[in-house]
Design a protein around this ligand. Structure first.
Ligand code: G
Ligand code: G
Ligand code: MN
Ligand code: NA
Length: 255
């Protein structure tokens, strides 16, 4: 179990690194964006998952400085990548946890990071879960509208796992839905699992939102989401999260 001290030191010692997982558009299977996913390269324990340390960072408030670093690093990295491949600039998705989203300085921090890095706001997508939004719905609408004004995009992450999904969707200026991978994993069972994914795709399209199926691991799952007309896919079938260098030299940029 890591302590706050360990985590703070990890930041100072540059042990936190960002991986990027491609998001693929179908049917042409080209890369359309990446999601930034943090890792802790621990000197003794190897790669530590954010599922272990983000909750600690969240509880202790360290997430605020960590999140600031993540946003700046990710914008810098993907700006550099897009400059190398100017013909097809890709989007960058960055996860925000509840404390980060509730931070009154968030908007200003994002605005400033975009200015400093020269990253195009239209290419930045902030991923927030339903519970993060619902935690403070009124303040959330204000923040989301301000972000929308500067052209930053919003994705609802793990869609379908939270509560009151439908009632708020039309009130929140979100641009895209990410279908939680628990639904994708159970799709092959058919029946209601398949119908849930079909319904989310239909709903997203009706609301003119982008839709991404998360956690697609097999050709069978890919065929099923394709059949349902889901336009974007993320998952191990196409690519795992990887370092920037590996992404830059991958077949996605060198077909
Ligand atoms: O990459 P992995 O599946 O191990 O991530 C586990 C969890 O950690 C996911 O819920 C993911 O959203 C979260 N996470 C990964 N990277 C970041 C990040 O940079 N910021 C925040 N707030 N959460 C992250
Ligand atoms: O909660 P969030 O959606 O931000 O987290 C995404 C997490 O899902 C990342 O930690 C990423 O490593 C993980 N992930 C991405 N693709 C797959 C996949 O195909 N299968 C599984 N099991 N996990 C995946
Ligand atoms: Mn996410
Ligand atoms: Na998710």
């Amino acid at each position: 179990m890591e302590t706050l001290m360990d985590l703070r030191q990890a930041m100072e010692k540059d042990e936190l690194i960002l991986f990027y997982q491609p998001i693929i558009q179908i049917p042409d299977e080209k890369i359309t964006g990446v999601e930034a996913l943090i890792r802790w390269k621990h000197p003794h324990r190897g790669m530590v998952s954010p599922a272990e340390f983000i909750p600690i960072a969240e509880e202790t408030g360290l997430i605020l400085s960590m999140g600031k670093w993540i946003l700046k690093k990710a914008c810098t990295d993907i700006k550099a990548l897009n400059d190398l491949h100017p013909k097809k600039p890709i989007t960058l998705s960055v996860n925000l946890s509840s404390k980060e989203f509730a931070n009154t300085e968030l908007f200003e921090q994002i605005r400033q990071t975009l200015a400093e890095t020269g990253f195009q706001p239209e290419l930045l997508k902030l991923e927030i879960t339903e519970s993060v939004v619902m935690g403070n719905a009124e303040a959330a609408v204000i923040t989301l509208n301000k972000l929308k004004e500067i052209k930053v995009r919003i994705s609802i992450d793990d869609f379908g796992t939270g509560y009151s999904s439908l009632s708020y969707l039309h009130r929140f200026p979100a641009d895209s839905l990410k279908i939680d991978r628990s639904f994708i994993r159970r799709m092959h069972l058919g029946g209601e699992n398949l119908e849930i994914v079909r319904t989310i795709v239909t709903l997203g399209k009706a609301l003119k939102m982008e839709i991404t199926a998360e956690g697609v691991e097999t050709a069978e799952e890919l065929a099923m989401v394709q059949e349902l007309d889901c336009p974007c896919v993320q998952g191990y079938y196409f690519a795992r999260p990887m370092p920037l260098k590996e992404l830059n030299t991958s077949h996605f940029f060198h077909p």
